[in-house]
Design a protein around this ligand. Structure first.
Ligand code: PLP
Length: 333
């Protein structure tokens, strides 16, 4: 975890940490579950793994399948593919098929196809994935010596929030901790069926047919684990929030420029929520907050390059360089 002293001062909150999952082998939290899931695939004698993916699942499954000597098939929505993630799946040798539809279509297809025992399904419906992912909750406990007051985490298919919740519940069952953090799930407003059910006080989500967000990893209209995600939020005194694309992109640059942490857009969603919630007084100033930054910013560099100023071209001369620096360098006192 990375302690975010600058954000603490900016937002007036006692303790803010980022659990930076971009540091995992393929650059996202998915590796935690995939190493367990692929081990189980080997155990049952599978030859081919399969998944639907908005991006990081396929990068991780392709890498772990390669290492295990298994074939890997991946179905991805044909639009809005983050190039970093696609290149990972391809270099690890996965067979990638681009489906003319969204993530939800891809998931229905792989669920159907994996009824055939030749294919071992590794989406987060696979319970072993969540067993791996819950270990992040143990690590937080180990590093803090306790659990935080609040955990803020992005929600797409809602597997990860459920995995953390399980990890924290187990720590309590073992008598290691007394409380479970308020679990706060964050969706992108353009793909927010769980958020809508939460604020309406409903026990059911209404799947969204058309979803849109710059945070492609959480661009999901019909999340598999919605029921348990709602329970995680409600039973822990947490909530499901939503943030706009503008708020996500703003948070991505704040996190990078104030804390030196580069998150992909979905990974910046918890920071976007934290900034908004702190301003609205929803986070008590003496809280200890952990935000889960789920994936590395290099996964989706296009999002950044599209909106930041390109480097200025200069002559290969000292004067030309200094001339272009006059507005930015700080005078030494
Ligand atoms: C970077 C990133 N953040 C968040 C999520 C959402 O996780 P979950 O689908 O478990 O809610 C994903 C899932 O693909 C992801 O890749």
């Amino acid at each position: 975890m990375i302690r975010c002293g600058n954000l603490e001062r900016d937002l007036g909150i006692r303790e803010i940490y980022v659990k930076y999952e971009g540091d995992n082998p393929t650059g996202s939290f998915k590796d935690r579950g995939m190493t367990v899931g692929v081990t189980k695939a080997l155990e049952v004698g599978a030859k081919t793994t399969i998944c639907a993916s908005t991006g990081n699942t396929r990068s991780s499954l392709a890498a772990y399948s390669a290492k295990a000597g298994l074939d890997c098939v991946v179905l991805v929505p044909s639009h809005k593919i983050a190039l970093g993630k696609l290149s990972q799946a391809l270099i690890h040798g996965a067979k990638v098929l681009a489906v003319k539809g969204g993530f939800d279509d891809c998931l229905s297809l792989v669920k159907e196809i994996s009824k055939d025992p030749r294919f071992y399904l590794l989406n987060s419906i696979n319970p072993f994935r969540l067993e791996g992912q819950k270990t992040a909750a143990y690590e937080i406990y180990e590093q803090l010596g306790d659990v935080p007051d609040k955990l803020i985490i992005p929600v797409g298919n809602a597997g990860n929030i459920v995995a953390y919740w399980k990890g924290f519940r187990e720590l309590k069952l073992l008598g290691l901790t007394e409380k479970i953090p308020n679990m706060i799930g964050v969706q992108a407003l353009g793909a927010s069926p769980v958020y809508k059910a939460f604020i309406e006080g409903s026990d059911k989500i209404k799947p969204m047919e058309s979803v849109e967000t710059v945070a492609t990893a959480i661009r999901i209209g019909n999340p598999v684990n919605w029921k348990r995600a709602l329970r995680a939020a409600r039973e822990t005194g947490g909530m499901i929030g939503a943030v706009t694309d503008e708020e996500i992109l703003w948070a991505q640059s704040i996190l990078a420029s104030r804390e030196g942490v580069f998150a992909e857009p979905a990974g910046a969603a918890p920071i976007a929520f934290l900034i908004k919630a702190a301003r609205e007084g929803l986070i008590e100033p003496d809280s200890r907050v952990v935000c889960i930054v789920t994936g590395h910013g290099l996964k989706d560099p296009d999002v950044v390059l599209r909106r930041i100023e390109k480097p200025v071209e200069v002559e290969p001369e000292v004067d030309s360089v200094l001339e272009n620096l006059s507005a930015t360098i700080t005078e030494q006192t």
